[in-house]
Ligand binder design. Structure first.
Ligand code: LER
Ligand code: MN
Length: 290
């Protein structure tokens, strides 16, 4: 298992200004960071890669579509622009040394049409990700598509639907991001929901029910860790929160207050909880602090 923290915890974007965080992240026992890519042209992938290598850290990427882009709108020019944008994200992530991009990569967070998803939208998502297959292969990149709760998207709310989407896309590089925060809202229970991802499970966001420190709230962690073990999941678990980054995504995710005393408490106390509970098969180890 590898443990990471999404740098959204500290800031809206990631660049040289945040580099002083890296030695502290390493010292706290994390294996890497999750870098947000929203505007690939603004990212400095080569500089980030060098800095990560210097500190012995790896990276995953979390990406959300900016307003105005979507893979599931009838306007073909918007879809083409979105495919080009995602190709740029894939190249930037590869240049940064990441092997995985995760996120709700179908439409922007907080975008609604006022009705249920249509068969046409579904088909557009499938076809777009098939079209992106060659770019993924060229960059040796994997994608983890994230179902979000109903207050952040209308298009994909459950793991079972995400698995159906991946089945139809049919590209082994395209799988699912399971986020315990969204699952806690949408699914009956965490275990069966994770199992519904099956072979498509490529990434996990470990978030408390309030997006605070993992282990301090009401996510069913015993069932979560038991399922991780039963499925033999051995990929990344990254901690995601937005409380201290007052950006567009924090607003789209409806974060209006601090969720812990410091950003470090979320990432550094959180990782102790995750490590303690993935190390052995004993009962739940408590969170380090509340
Ligand atoms: C948003 O709520 C979320 O969970 C992130 O992974 C970015 O979309
Ligand atoms: Mn997430």
């Amino acid at each position: 298992m590898k443990f990471g923290a999404n740098t959204f915890i500290w800031a809206e974007s990631f660049g040289p200004e945040q580099f002083p965080l890296l030695p502290r992240i390493k010292a706290a026992g994390l294996d890497g960071i999750e870098v947000p890519i929203i505007d690939p042209a603004a990212l400095q992938p080569a500089a980030i890669r060098r800095e990560l290598e210097k500190h012995g850290l790896a990276a995953t990427v979390c990406s959300v579509l900016p307003r105005g882009l979507s893979l599931i709108v009838s306007d073909a020019e918007t879809r083409r622009k979105t495919v080009r944008h995602l190709q740029d994200c894939i190249r930037a992530a590869a240049e940064m040394g990441a092997g995985l991009i995760a996120g709700p990569l179908y439409s922007p967070v907080g975008h609604f049409t006022g009705r249920r998803p249509t068969a046409e939208e579904w088909k557009m998502a499938v076809e777009s990700w098939r079209e992106l297959g060659p770019a993924l292969a060229a960059a040796n990149m994997r994608i983890a598509i994230e179902p979000l709760n109903r207050f952040e998207t209308y298009f994909l709310n459950t793991t079972a639907d995400a698995a159906r989407l991946c089945d139809e896309i049919g590209d082994p590089r395209v799988g699912i991001l399971f986020d315990t925060f969204h699952a806690n809202i949408e699914e009956k229970s965490v275990g069966p929901a994770m199992r519904a991802a099956g072979r498509h499970l490529k990434h996990i966001h470990t978030c408390e029910n309030d997006r605070g420190i993992p282990g301090t709230g009401n996510v069913n962690w015993p069932e979560f860790f038991q399922t991780v073990r039963a499925m033999g999941y051995d990929g990344w678990m990254t901690i995601e929160s937005f409380g201290f980054s007052l950006g567009e995504l924090a607003a789209a995710a409806s974060i209006w207050r601090d969720l812990a005393s410091t950003p470090e408490a979320i990432a550094f106390e959180g990782v102790k909880f995750l490590r303690a509970n993935t190390a052995g098969s004993a009962g739940l180890q408590p969170a380090v602090s509340a």
